[in-house]
Design a protein around this ligand. Structure first.
Ligand code: HEM
Length: 217
């Protein structure tokens, strides 16, 4: 199936899940190569950096999951709405409590880039729910892919045991590989006009850009 960009337009006829992967390929390489992610992979992330990252993830998922909940019956959201399996908010709350203590809510601070990202999520949730597909894809499929590898790295770099790493576990997902296949097939079942599809693909590139900026903290 051809998913290349032809004359500036995305070729039609292929699945959304393939097109979205293709158009965000370069962005993914750039995300992997931010200093923070390079350090992370080398096990060189510091505790203060990790705490800021957790705060950002909390604000991002709070906005994303509130907007998904609010739009759960929307035809573009319903097929990819998996709160039981994917929700990250509660696990992030547990991790924040572990790192910041019972008063963690008062201690959450995030970089301006995170605010810009959450503002965009709110705007989309209010007036362009189709575009939630792009943001849910970028975060959830990324986190499902990182999974066990990132869990191990995080535990090792910060000397953690089972506590403080709830974010990396998806107890409702037995096989991340199979779940990603299901998720892709659900994405592909969403009916979109060509223009709507193009907007979703453009938004996915933006979603990666927001994440890259958060990583530049
Ligand atoms: C340490 C940095 C990162 C590494 C090592 C990494 C690595 C990976 C790997 C190995 C996969 C699986 C590829 C496959 O199954 O074909 C993947 C998928 C993915 N990653 Fe990352 N990633 C990183 C950062 C990010 C970031 C920052 C984002 C965006 C927030 C992201 C979003 C995604 C998405 C959406 C997928 C699913 C692609 C698809 O199957 O359509 N990743 N990543």
């Amino acid at each position: 199936m051809d998913t290349r960009k032809i004359n500036g337009a995305y070729s039609t006829g292929s699945d959304l899940s393939e097109q979205i992967k293709e158009v965000t390929k370069d962005s993914h390489v750039r995300a992997e190569n931010t200093q923070l992610m390079l350090n992370y992979q080398k096990g060189q992330i510091t505790l203060p950096q990790y705490k800021i990252l957790l705060c950002s993830l909390y604000e991002i998922y709070r906005a994303l999951e509130e907007e998904l909940d609010r739009n759960s019956a929307h035809p573009a959201v319903e097929p990819i709405y998996f709160p039981q399996e994917l929700s990250r908010l509660e696990s992030l709350e547990r991790d924040l409590e572990y790192f910041f203590g019972p008063q963690w809510r008062k201690k959450v601070t995030v970089p301006a880039a995170t605010h810009r990202y959450t503002e965009r999520l709110r705007e989309i949730g209010r007036s362009m729910p189709n575009l939630l597909i792009a943001h849910a894809y970028t975060r959830y499929l990324g986190d499902l892919s990182g999974g066990q590898v990132l869990l191990k790295i995080t535990q090792k770099s910060m000397g953690l045991g089972k506590e403080g790493v709830a974010f990396f576990s998806f107890p409702g997902v037995t096989s991340p590989h199979r779940f990603k296949q299901l998720y892709r097939s659900r994405m592909n079942s969403i009916e979109l006009s060509e223009e709507e599809r193009r907007k979703v693909l453009d938004e996915a590139v933006k979603a990666f850009e927001f994440n890259i900026e958060v990583c530049l903290m």
